[in-house]
Design a protein around this ligand. Sequence first.
Ligand code: TRP
Ligand code: ZN
Length: 868
Amino acid sequence: MNIAANPVVEADQTIYLKDYQKPAFLVDSINLDIQVYADHTIVNAILEMQRQTEGDLVLLGRDLELKSIHLNSQQLTENDYQLDAEQLVIQNAPDRARIETQVVIHPESNTMLEGLYQAGDLFVTQNEPEGFRKITFYPDRPDVLSVFTTRVEADKKYPVLLANGNLIEKGEVDAQRHYAIWQDPTKKPSYLFACVVGDLAVLKDSYVTSEGRNVALEIYAVEKDIPKCHIAMETLKHSMRWDEEHYGLPYDLDNYMIVAVSQFNMGAMENKGLNIFNTSCVLADEEYTTDAAIMRVQSVIAHEYFHNWTGNRITCRDWFQLCLKEGLTVFRDQSFSEDLQSAAVQRIDDVAVLKAHQFPEDSGPLSHPPRPDHFVEINNFYTATVYEKGAEINRMMSTLLGKEKFRAGTDEYFRRHDGQAVTVEDWVAALTAGSGVDLSAFLTWYNQPGTPKLQAHGEYEASTQTYRLSFKQSLKAHPKYPDLKAVPIPVALALFNAETGEQYTLQSEALFENGVKDGVYLFDQDEATIEFSGINAKPVVSLLRNFSAPVNLEFDASDAELAFLMQYETNGFNQWQATQTLLERILLNGHAVESYLQAMKNTVPALVNQDPLLASRIFDVPTEGYLGSRIDQHYSPVDIQEKREALLNTLARELGAFCKETYLSLDPDLQKEFSQAMGVRALKNIMLSLMARQGDTEAFDLAHQQYQNTGNMSERLGALRVLVWNDAPQAESCLQDFYDRFKDEALSLDQWFTVQASHPNATAETIHTLTQHPDYDLGTPNRIRSVSGGLNMNPVNTWSFGVQHYIHLAKYLDEKNPILGSRLLQVLSRWYTLDEPQRSQVQVALETLKPLVKSKNVVETLNSMLNV
Ligand code: TRP
Ligand code: ZN
């Protein structure tokens, strides 16, 4: 009957926020029956629908083979409805409509990892944002909430049959097959539906909520990975407690299940009561995964759990509101992680991600507001802007309100909107009502693209002991958003006595009383000046402490003042920021390196002992990729690489003895806390890499010993990197050893691919060899990314032979997995900043791709990229 291919982008398929209309019909309940067979799956659905406004009854469906459809028990024929590649429409439907459909789908050949798909020996779903329409005909939009009952039937060789909610029945069909029936009592949109069929082992635990509910906790994974699930389980319980304590939000069902899948497009998915996770975001074990990966597991576990309230209980009215749930949930998981390790270091890591991904995105052809007002393919909008900038907007409002008022605001949000599908306006209105502080000006942040530039200028007047600080904000013009407005910018700041290093107690009428210890000034005009009195000498000023707003700060502090902040700033984040600003000036603007080196020598020895984790970040040197993103024209990756290498060599030479001494004196096993041990490991690896720059054979020997004598992946991989990237004589044998040890451990093997793909002198040949390796697999996004992501760690390589790599992948994935294809192509989005002849070469390559791709995902991305 009707099998529609992946639709081709024709004419203008843009969808606009302003065109939002309520659906004519809602669904009171849905009964699903999913029968999985080796070569097809049958899906029977019964929808109890009810009219809410006038209009047609619209069921969305894609790639579905329709076998039969009944309306109120009457079989419909092709004359009774209109069916195209996207939807089935019934005109003049009665106000109460019971729709019964039978369709056939093919999870076994679904490579898009969307809808129901087979991954190895496992059948799983991914329905956000629009996957459910690939399972059955349904009003697949987030403002239709329904009660789901699901029967899952499969061969007994798949003992695990899961769906959302409570298991209400389980039994045999015949000798060969069995079934399970699940009912989810909570009304939910279809994007939160999940089911799983497979042969998995399970780790069980339980948790008692603040309301006394006993919740069964289960993590499903392949048998050999179960020992790697304990950290995730502990983190889950910790998240549950944290949400009760910080937001007053207890869990609402009797069970919470997590399933680990090795083929998954993103990090994880918050399906109600049945999260599905990329293995990379659930498996955590010192022997097989790095410290950074363990931190990521903890933040993603918390993220998906927190979605239960911010996303599931209160969901989005439409997909333009995606940042309502994602921005808030990222802000919540970042706050959770700040409690797990040092808050300053967590903030450093989060801001580093923001600046490395969101800032470049927002300054290029893919720039869009956190809440876009149009799109072609919603999957292209799961972006750093929606997630990370969205989180920053919430952080700004929370900074302004302070803990208590922010909590009053969120309480009001949950009181007003539980069980609803709402908008960003509803969120800001509830925060305003609950806190008593008008936050409506923050809506501008949601609606405009671009990173504001914040210019600050300070003047000291000795005669009156007054310090004046003037601010100016501006945004780069954007063709699609002509009237850009000033945004409210909370500026957390501190003034230091330049002689003593002490902080002034701030007196200024402009400062906001908010219960946080930093002074915060809310700058919400185009220009303004504030005054501080009682300042007895020209102060050193630290602005945007803790990165209080996602802006590009241009402050005319001297290099000496930044060096001062590297030493005396008590806010760990701004201490780090001072080093980064100084390094940017050195690497991009040709400033002298001396103040930086001197400040490092003054600061680092004490810090290494006091706070090795923070010390490990103070050694950060902005990556070549980040530095490149700061350049808008005539960008030469080779030039940036040379300058950065020269700086690292200078640092290594100047601190040579210190590095060795520090390396030998540090022992992670002496640390009590995981986060401190992680800091020591990170610091030791940095010391080792600086030592190895000198071509020091002793450094290679130390790296070799570290490689061999550890059972910890961060130590082993840190050492392997140093050996491989410096072409040490031990490199080959260690790579072989690593492969032999971990060839059956996918996540560890990913690291083996990455360490080679990210070799600074990797060539097209290196990448070719890796992608021809028997363990390379185009069906596993993690494995693709292990090579593509590694390659992209060296922009010189990305912009030379890498261009063809990304273009080939985009072309191949256009059909097989367009979500991933579109994402990988975005690596090239800043092509237009390159110096000639590279700029034209990449342009030609992108133009050549144009006629070869069809998916909305890749076409929309490519069109935007070429439209600069
Ligand atoms: N809602 C998920 C999260 O942020 C995101 C997600 C998971 C997703 N899988 C996806 C988005 C696939 C698009 C496609 O937690
Ligand atoms: Zn999320």
